[in-house]
Design a protein around this ligand. Structure first.
Ligand code: PLP
Length: 638
């Protein structure tokens, strides 16, 4: 567990069993454990292919319940005379089943939804009935505003949150045309700046929100129209993944002061919405990583409940219903990506079998041999570092000789072998010496001697935040965890882009630039799990190299099923032709062009008709298949 830092990120959902397999306990019942490898087997048997997204639907429900219960506990403990309702922003993961699961699990807590665009609004309106709260953020045109007013006429609990003063003016205009009194909320630009990667979402320079003078003007306008009760909600958002709880505390205090002031001016605000930002521990040490947080659910709830209560009591104002727009914290854990290892590239060249004629060995090679002998003989770090410097120098000498044509390729190959052998020996001994801090040479060697494990997936499609903003995701093998992982590895993807790799890994000792993995023989089954990918990744992921959406299965825990689970739904990923048509290559046209070319080759005698038609059929068939590596190959090697 410690090798892969599971205690930090698993949140009690993921474990390792006695067979060395990763298991998941997606419900609150600790005895209902599912071997993730069995889920993968069942998915493959029923026609899904790797790479595969596995969604543990129960985890969504568990996270919704945990968040709401923590608030209920904080409210009871603080004797806060009002309630909390969680609001799920659907942009975090719009998948219908994810939203449905959040709503279902949230029903007993009066949970609601948030949308941030026209399309999201149109997806959400039919889901909410007349009792579920739907908050609307983002830039709103008159179409969106009129859809919201229509929903209010229908008795739905839809509240547009004004982000710009002009939106307010437009809303009033549209409402007057329909002789309607609108319900609305306001996003306030606080002085408190966010903390963590998305800190710019908060603070006075943030893109969205009204300044205090604008809020005052808005209230005056409502007063003049005798509509102060229209303003039902105050909102701020500090940015996603707030890393420091003190920043949240300060923002909550600031918004509560504004709330009490407005109440004293005659407003009847019902809801105080602290926005998103509830973070997830992806692993790594808090000091050096924006992928971790310094608080848990309990502290998050306590900070909000107590800060609001204290200020409201001081100013003798009734406390509001509390809302938070938590998305990442509800969905990140439920989804993981399973990727197969396709092959391993080792940086050191394989041992040479050909014996070289001793008489012909150039002087530089003899010096390399004695450097290796020295490294083998000595354990003193100072001497080992000297050997490393010598090996480096000799290697660049060989490079120069090659450029000038003074050394044969056999001798270059031999020097390569000697160089890597020497490096491995030096690194092994430096690591055994446990120097603290390790010398730069050791760090360089660790990086150079890392194996590349080629895996069937795209970083750009499946974990784009890793590429874009260095977000760390937990990565580990799904089996063989009863064996010591003996290789230092980096996981690289299928794309032909040097950025297509995982650069940072979580371990019990903080973040590292390599991952301990097991020896892998070509064709052997070795599956790696990339965890906590349920928030933002799926919808932000792009089509670099035309790698498309991957297959996925939706899994529920059940104690009366073999393996404690059932696959409720399997969805196919996008086929090659579906990806191609997104960039205007259409299968009929491609087929026709290839057909014409093949006919020409038949006519000119380049190929016989039977072979040509086999080639055309193969091309046409492949258009309907996955953009990832063929599962045929992987199955054959299983
Ligand atoms: N609300 C608003 C207005 C947002 O912009 C966001 C995302 O940044 C969220 C809620 C969701 O934040 P999180 O996923 O961190 O909870």
């Amino acid at each position: 567990r410690d090798t892969y830092g599971m205690d930090v990120w698993s949140d009690g959902f993921f474990q390792i069993d006695s067979n060395g397999h990763v298991t998941v306990t997606p419900t609150e019942n600790p005895d209902l454990a599912i071997d993730i490898n069995s889920v993968v087997d069942a998915a493959l048997e029923s026609g899904s292919a790797l790479p595969l997204i596995v969604r543990f639907q129960d985890i969504i429900a568990a996270r919704v319940q945990r968040l709401n219960r923590k608030f209920r506990e904080a409210i009871a403990e603080a004797q806060y005379p009002n309630q909390y309702r969680s609001i799920y922003p659907i942009k975090v993961n719009q998948l219908h089943e994810v939203v449905a699961e959040v709503l279902e699990a949230g029903r007993e807590f009066d949970a609601g939804l948030e949308c941030g665009s026209k399309a999201e609004l149109m997806a959400a309106l039919p889901l909410i009935g007349d009792d579920t709260l739907l908050l609307c953020n983002g830039v709103k045109d008159h179409v969106m505003l009129s859809l919201m007013l229509n929903a209010q006429q229908l008795g739905q609990q839809v509240i547009p949150i004004i982000e710009k003063y002009s939106e307010f003016e437009q809303l009033l205009l549209l409402a007057s045309e329909q002789e309607q009194t609108p319900r609305l909320g306001v996003r306030v630009k606080l002085n408190t700046k966010g903390s963590g990667r998305w800190y710019e979402s908060g603070g006075s320079r943030s893109k969205f929100g009204l300044t205090i003078p604008e809020v005052v003007k808005l209230v005056q306008t409502l007063k003049a129209r005798d509509q102060t009760d229209s303003l039902e909600l105050l909102h701020f958002h500090l940015g996603s993944q707030i890393s420091d709880i003190q920043v949240l505390r300060s923002a909550v205090k600031e918004i509560t002061q504004i709330y009490t002031d407005l109440i004293k001016r005659g407003c009847q605000i019902k809801f105080l919405d602290v926005g998103g930002g509830l973070g997830v521990n992806y692993g790594g040490d808090y000091e050096n990583s924006e992928s971790s947080i310094n608080y848990g659910l309990r502290e998050y709830a306590n900070v909000i409940v107590y800060a609001v209560k204290e200020i409201c009591e001081e100013r003798d104002v009734a406390v509001p219903t509390l809302l938070s727009e938590s998305g990442r914290a509800l969905t990140a854990h439920h989804s993981m990506l399973v990727v197969p290892v396709l092959g391993v590239h080792r940086p050191d060249s394989p041992p040479l079998t050909d014996e070289l004629n001793e008489d012909e060995i150039p002087a530089v090679l003899s010096r390399m041999q004695s450097t290796l002998a020295d490294a083998e003989k000595h354990d003193v770090p100072g001497i080992l570092l000297e050997c490393y410097h010598d090996a480096e120098e000799l290697r660049s000498e060989v490079d120069q000789l090659l450029r000038l044509g003074y050394i044969s390729l056999e001798h270059v190959a031999q020097s390569d072998r000697l160089y890597w052998h020497t490096c491995r020996e030096i690194l092994r001994k430096l690591q055994a010496a446990e120097l603290s801090p390790p010398p730069q040479e050791q760090l360089d060697l660790e990086e150079q001697l890392t194996d590349l494990y080629l895996c069937d997936f795209s970083v750009f499609h499946s974990i784009i935040d890793h590429w874009a903003i260095d977000q760390v995701f937990p990565v580990m093998p799904l089996h063989r965890l009863d064996e010591l992982p003996t290789r230092r590895a980096q996981v690289v993807d299928l794309t032909c882009d040097s950025d297509g790799k995982i650069k940072n890994y979580v371990s019990g000792q903080g973040n590292a630039n390599w991952l301990p993995l097991h020896e892998h023989q070509s064709g052997e089954r070795y599956h790696i799990g990339i965890f906590l990918v349920g928030a933002y990744q799926e919808i932000l992921g792009d089509a670099h190299n035309l790698m498309g959406r991957v297959d996925e299965v939706h899994v529920y825990a059940r104690d009366d099923e073999p393996g404690n689970f059932w696959i409720e739904e399997s969805l196919k990923g996008l086929s090659t032709q579906e990806m191609l048509s997104q960039v205007q290559y259409f299968p009929n046209d491609l087929d026709r062009r290839l057909n014409e070319f093949i006919r020409k080759q038949i006519n000119t005698g380049v190929i016989k008709p039977t072979a040509a038609s086999r080639i055309l059929n193969n091309y046409t068939k492949r258009l309907t298949e996955t953009t990832y590596c063929s599962t045929e190959v992987i199955h054959n090697h299983k």
